[in-house]
Design a protein around this ligand. Structure first.
Ligand code: ARG
Length: 503
């Protein structure tokens, strides 16, 4: 996960700046004081200065968020430059010089060495300014045949692709772990509940595997949006293409996109819409994790005690010495709502927008980046929980009472030939008077697919394999493309991510 991004998407050293910039411009930390080589001003500079109040408002937090997009933007620019050279719209020498410079910009950006100031507006301006500063004329040619509108979309999609791949991998690790624990707990009998009341015989294994299968649904939806994200927006320019002979298929291949997003106007229409779909799919994962957390809060109540959370996962109270609070579970539960809020922000920003690019779209960037970072963090937390939670098998077994087996009794009578409705009535009157059946025997009777007696873990495991294959081929394509574009830099484009540094 991006250290720079993280949950709040604020570089730790800039948290102060983030909150108080309108009062006191924060001094840059030492690592960021390298002056921006070029201060060429706005890309749209036409001889007047933007009012400061308006600038602060229109740039918003974009100049901070764009730090994370900078390496992806540089990679997309290399592909653009190679394509311009192929199309004879740029001299070979210029293309080579631009490519080398862009690669060094990507490397510095991955190390967190490039600052974007509010007056720069965005990462695109900083990249172009650096190129022009280093290369003069050639730098001024890089923007041929593109607009910041397709540029930001390309960078966001590359960043999102890598991030969704990480999330899918971590999600699948969690699913696999849940299934392993389910296998261990196949015989761990416990009461199953509906309406939170005791219902029928269940197992802790059924519970664990049920959430694994639910997460697989969530990850399959995520795979569908990852595919929608994996289309090349470059060449759509401002929204209507250009009169230049741009080769959109070539930039798609170079950037490892699965396809070209065909209609140039549809590219802009899909920007915030797709962000909303991605964040909604992420909200699905968050919702599942929140529900797992809710069950664990219930299961770990001392009065129930099916599960124990090790102390190192719980927090204490500042006043009540005896407390061991499941704060982590409560915050997982809350985050489901928070992520859904971001999804709704994206959906609401695009609702009713007229066609073509509108600056409103800038405001779907932050919820997207926050959701990607936030859900990835949640998956890491959930893995720790699933690894460490300790089932109290005796407590689960002790909780099996006559109610758990009332329905089983009705079915015993059905087996003897009594019509179900009659058996139901008799069981209702007689179930409390019966001896409790042997739970293991009752479990063994449940042979239907996916029932507590037959979890059929092969089925979810097959789904894991299919998802892994899809994600592996996307990852291979991504890594191949980024390696070919960024060269010796370890091909990670998310700053601060584990291997996103020079070797
Ligand atoms: N920061 C802008 C965004 O995220 C970049 C594109 C600006 N385009 C424009 N036409 N003003 O949308």
């Amino acid at each position: 996960m991006s250290e720079i991004g993280g949950w709040y998407y604020e570089p730790p050293e800039l948290v102060h700046a983030f909150r108080h910039t309108h009062l006191h411009p924060a001094p840059l930390p030492a690592s960021r004081t390298r002056s921006n080589l070029a201060c060429m001003g706005k890309l749209w500079e036409k001889g007047y200065d933007l009012d400061e109040v308006i600038e602060r408002f229109t740039v918003g937090r974009d100049y901070l968020l764009d730090r994370d997009l900078l390496p992806a933007d540089a990679a997309a620019s290399i592909a653009h430059v190679r394509m311009l050279a192929e199309a004879k719209l740029l001299a070979r020498d210029d293309a080579v010089a631009l490519e080398n410079e862009l690669r060094s910009i990507a490397g510095s950006a991955l190390q967190g060495e490039i600052d974007i100031r509010r007056e720069d507006e965005d990462c695109h301006t900083v990249v172009e300014a650096r190129l022009t500063d280093a290369l003069g004329e050639a730098g001024k040619r890089v923007h041929t045949g593109r607009s910041r509108n397709d540029q930001v979309t390309a960078a966001t999609r590359l960043f999102t692709r890598e991030s969704l791949l990480d999330i899918t991998d971590e999600g699948l690790t969690l699913v696999v772990r849940l299934l392993e624990r389910a296998e261990e707990e196949q015989q761990t009998v416990m009461p199953g509940r509906t309406h939170m009341q005791i219902a029928m015989l269940s197992t802790f294994g059924l519970w664990l595997a049920s959430w694994a299968e639910q997460l697989l649904d969530d990850l399959e939806l995520l795979e569908a949006v990852a595919r929608m994200n994996d289309r090349n927006p470059l060449g759509s320019a401002a929204s209507y293409g250009t009169p230049l002979p741009l080769d959109r298929e070539l930039t798609a291949r170079l950037l490892g996109f699965e396809s070209v997003q065909n209609n140039v106007l549809a590219v802009q229409h899909s920007r915030g819409t797709l962000d909303g779909r991605i964040v909604s799919a992420l909200a699905g994962v968050a919702s599942t994790l929140g529900r797992i957390a809710q069950d664990l809060i219930l299961f770990s109540l001392p009065e129930i005690g099916y599960v124990e959370l090790p102390s190192e996962l719980c927090s204490g109270s500042s006043i009540m010495p005896q407390k061991k609070n499941p704060d982590v579970l409560e915050l997982l539960r809350a985050r489901a709502a928070v992520v859904e809020g971001w999804a709704s922000q994206c959906r609401d920003v695009v609702r009713g927008l007229p066609s073509g690019y509108n600056r409103d779209l800038q405001d779907t960037k932050e919820p997207l980046l926050r959701a990607l970072a936030g859900v990835q963090e949640e998956l890491a937390v959930a893995l720790v929980l699933v690894d460490r939670l300790e089932p109290n098998r005796d407590r689960m077994r002790e909780a099996l009472n006559a109610e758990v087996f009332a329905t089983d009794y009705a079915y015993e009578l059905v087996r003897e030939g009594v019509p179900f409705r009659e058996a139901y009535r008799r069981a209702a009157e007689e179930y409390t008077a019966r001896d409790l059946p042997n739970p293991e025997k009752a479990l063994a009777e449940r042979t239907g697919t996916g029932t507590p007696g037959n979890l059929n873990l092969a089925a979810p495991r097959e789904r894991v394999t299919s998802l892994k294959e899809l994600s592996r081929s996307r990852r291979d394509r991504h890594v191949r493309a980024m390696t070919s574009l960024l060269g010796e830099i370890v091909p990670r484009i998310i700053p601060g991510s584990a291997s996103g540094r020079r070797t």
